[in-house]
Design a protein around this ligand. Structure first.
Ligand SMILES: Nc1ncnc2c1ncn2[C@@H]1O[C@H](COP(=O)(O)OP(=O)(O)OP(=O)(O)O)[C@@H](O)[C@H]1O
Ligand SMILES: [Mg+2]
Length: 399
């Protein structure tokens, strides 16, 4: 425990990467193969390094294709779907996704899916160059995949949990271990809640859960606070006349607020004590009332000096795009590779000026962007800068 704790403190205080100026390496998908994934029976697609525009009717499979690519990063993909849901019509063998990713150090074969799992084994496996990875987090070595999908349009007005998840995905840019830490924290918290609900919960057992909870909680809060500092710095670099307005991001969380003011050891000890002292209150509430799982990400529209949730639909979308693009730039500078962007229905609600500005920024970010829409005409200014495909009934053809 002692050593790992020490390492965590080191990583909290000075081990986060710092943004490096200079062009991040381009990373692109050169081949994508899907089997039994959503409405795709078998798809094999070869791609050049440029941007990819996918157009087709409603229900043709555009979002599904982006979702498949999102599975090349840790987590449950851009819809947070169950693996049974994504398996085509419950195909008995499960789904499989393969991709060749072109990196600075050459081509990497990655694969994931349920195909080949023993019956009842519902965890997806990740293979990198033919070797089973110990964790999906290993994928972050080779590519960073970020997305913006219409379901995120309600991010500022919806539940805090969605914003926390959004925030924690952003933190992966500075700390690939963050996702695992959040899962471990939540698991420990569930054990604590369960123990508290028992008639005579054992105090020593609770101690044994609350100590690592405090340790994880403080590491989570520290990484979030650092991300906020970096993302706000990146947002400053948006031009003042940007069609995607500057956002002020504020972390609303008790632990996060104390980080940087008090020493990490003190914050951890105070949190551990709060958990200990809050047992009977939490028992009555049926849940844990203190901790980083209660934090929220507050966003303000700077030019209007207005909380994001009070902005118009279009203003919220523009703010969100600005935030995603700033995060993409940050990811590129921290990871040294430009992220692959999945932008679902991105052009639909933007006027022509904003569309052009968006395409220019994407170009400048230096990564491969996948964009979808029902109307090809909205992407016409990308001619020569992107490869175009028609999607229809789970098939994709160059168009
Ligand atoms: N597990 C599955 N098996 C088979 N088909 C599925 C599965 N899950 C979803 N689908 C179908 O895949 C189709 C394509 O969905 P997708 O969301 O990719 O459409 P889209 O092209 O993005 O459409 P839109 O323009 O409306 O967003 C839908 O008709 C959906 O019902
Ligand atoms: Mg769609």
């Amino acid at each position: 425990m002692g050593e790992s704790k020490e390492r965590q403190y080191i990583s909290m205080t000075n081990d986060f990467p710092t943004p490096e100026a200079g062009k991040p390496a381009r990373v692109s998908i050169s081949r994508l193969k899907l089997a039994h994934f959503r409405n795709y029976e078998n798809l094999s697609l070869r791609l050049g390094p440029s941007h990819v525009v996918l157009t087709g009717e409603n229900g043709s499979g555009k979002t599904n294709l982006l979702e498949a690519i999102s599975f090349l990063s840790p987590g449950r993909g851009l819809r947070r779907a169950t693996y049974t849901d994504v398996t085509r019509n419950d195909a008995p063998d499960g789904f499989a996704i393969h991709a060749a990713i072109e990196t600075e150090d050459g081509s990497v074969d990655v694969g994931t899916g349920l195909a080949g799992n023993a019956p009842g084994d519902t965890a997806r496996r990740v293979r990198i160059n033919g070797v089973t990875a110990s964790s999906a987090d290993d994928l972050l070595e080779y590519s960073r995949i970020l997305w913006l999908v219409p379901a995120m349009d309600g991010l500022f007005t919806g539940p805090a949990g969605d914003r926390r998840r959004f925030l924690d995905r952003m933190v992966l840019a500075i700390d690939p271990a963050h996702g695992r830490r959040v899962l471990d924290y939540e698991k420990a918290m569930r054990s604590r809640n369960r123990l508290l609900s028992e008639e005579r919960s054992n105090s020593a057992w609770l101690d044994a859960i609350e100590t690592p909870m405090a340790e994880l909680g403080i590491a989570i809060a520290a990484a979030r606070a650092e991300l906020m500092r970096l993302i706000n710095g990146m947002i400053e670099r948006l031009p003042d006349d940007s069609p995607f307005p500057k956002a002020d991001c504020i972390l609303d969380g008790e632990l996060e607020a104390r980080i940087g003011i008090e020493s990490a050891t003190d914050v951890e000890e105070t949190f551990r004590r709060a958990l200990h002292d809050g047992r009977s209150r939490d028992r009555a509430a049926g849940r844990t009332l203190d901790g980083p799982h209660r934090s929220d990400l507050l966003v303000r529209h700077r030019p209007k000096s207005m909380p994001a949730e009070l902005c118009s639909t279009g203003e919220q979308k523009a703010l969100l795009i600005g935030l995603i693009l700033s995060h993409a730039r940050l990811t590129g500078e921290l990871a040294g590779m430009a992220p692959i962007l999945l932008l679902d229905e991105i052009a639909a609600h933007l006027d022509e000026g904003r569309r052009a500005a968006l395409f220019d920024i994407i170009e400048e970010l230096g990564g491969q962007a996948f964009m979808t829409g029902t109307d090809r005409a909205l992407f016409s200014s990308l001619a020569g800068r992107a490869q175009f495909f028609d999607v229809a009934h789970g098939e994709v053809h160059a168009g």
